[in-house]
Design a protein around this ligand. Sequence first.
Ligand code: HEC
Length: 99
Amino acid sequence: MKKICILLSIAAISSLMAADGAAVYKAKCFSCHGDKAAKAALNKSQIIAGWDEAKIIAALNGYKDGSYGSAMKGVMKPIASGLSAEDEKAVAATIASFK
Ligand code: HEC
């Protein structure tokens, strides 16, 4: 299952020329944060739907460098670290557009 997810993610990402926030969200975030980011990831995260772009980027950068997060931040660190700056911006804009 995990392998399939990874393969699907790679296929989804590599089929894109430019960062596509919706595709990044679907491939890398949807499984935990849910449809339109309306779910508490693993029942632990805050609900990030409606967060503005800057707040999401700040959180992701904080997970990367360890300056942000709660008990489950270890889950987000590798995910945030795997995003390029463009992916991060694109996916943040996508999440910010969810209401
Ligand atoms: C494996 C499940 C999982 C995936 C996949 C995942 N997240 Fe998370 N996310 C979490 C958990 C758990 C937390 C809460 C971490 C903590 O304790 O700080 C979280 C927290 C966050 C937060 C901050 C919310 C808070 O509670 O402070 C943001 C923003 C976020 N994730 C964005 C993303 C983005 C963007 C992606 C895709 C690139 C993503 N996440 C993928 C599980 C996941």
